[in-house]
Design a binder for this molecule. Sequence first.
Ligand code: HEM
Length: 140
Amino acid sequence: MWRKCVIGLFATIMLGGCQNTPEQTLYQRLGGQQGVEKLVDNFINQIGHDKQIFHFFADSKISHFRQGFIQHLCAVSDGPCRYTGDSMVDIHTGMMVKEGDFNHVVELLINAMDDSGIETPVQNALLARLAPLRSGIIYR
Ligand code: HEM
């Protein structure tokens, strides 16, 4: 009798638990809008202190880059945004970004995610979404 009750209770908790915890989007796992904005601010801070990458941004308007990158990350992570900026190819054409530069920017993004306290599985999920963009960014 007790055993049946315990099993019944366990099943109820498990099913209830499933119903109450729908799968989170990557955007939510990044901390939503606040989390994405903090991540981009940490990323800009990383770029600002980096000798290899900073020169690419020397003529850029950082407030415009910030808004565009936030919107792009929000859209890429299934957040409630639509990216309205130029394509990755159009933006990065003429920069001649080398493979090593791209890899270094990824490292800076990882540093920024560490600074934000984003957990490794969430970091990996975001990097997996950005990796396919590589060919549209390098050697253009
Ligand atoms: C996964 C990698 C990358 C992603 C997702 C990405 C995404 C973006 C986006 C969305 C913007 C537009 C922001 C706006 O609206 O102004 C942008 C701008 C820019 N990106 Fe990237 N980017 C990546 C890698 C790189 C790399 C490797 C470099 C150089 C080493 C770079 C250099 C720049 C520069 C200089 C701008 C500003 C252009 C301007 O001032 O108009 N990006 N990027």
